[in-house]
Design a protein around this ligand. Structure first.
Ligand SMILES: [Zn+2]
Length: 111
């Protein structure tokens, strides 16, 4: 694959992730505001579950964002497509599906 195209795909992904993370973390930080919101809608449990779901999603997005940044570094230092842990070639179909992959399938399954 063309490194220029890979870089563009990674940078687009980074921008998209930043946007999604910004939305997810734009929840009220003032506990009082959260409680009064929960009372108003009369279902504090649903509110709490929503927040937990958002935290999980934000963690996944943040982990993916770290991989995207690492993949960009690897493009710069010429190790793109090589596993960060064992140095093996990462399968093309894996890179096609997830251009920000920095571990081979085997090492990723150990993570
Ligand atoms: Zn590996």
């Amino acid at each position: 694959m063309d490194p220029t195209m890979i870089r563009r795909a990674l940078e687009e992904r980074l921008t998209a992730l930043d946007g999604e993370l910004g939305e997810l973390t734009a929840v009220p930080r003032d506990p009082a505001a959260v409680v009064s919101f929960g009372k108003r809608i009369g279902d504090a449990t649903t509110e709490a579950v929503d927040r937990l779901t958002n935290v999980g999603a934000a963690e996944q997005l943040a982990a993916m964002r770290a991989d995207v940044l690492r993949a960009l570094e690897k493009l710069d230092d010429g190790t793109y497509g090589l596993c960060d842990r064992c140095g093996a070639l990462i399968a093309d179909e894996r890179l096609d599906a997830r251009p920000w992959s920095v571990l081979c399938v085997r090492c990723a399954s150990l993570r």
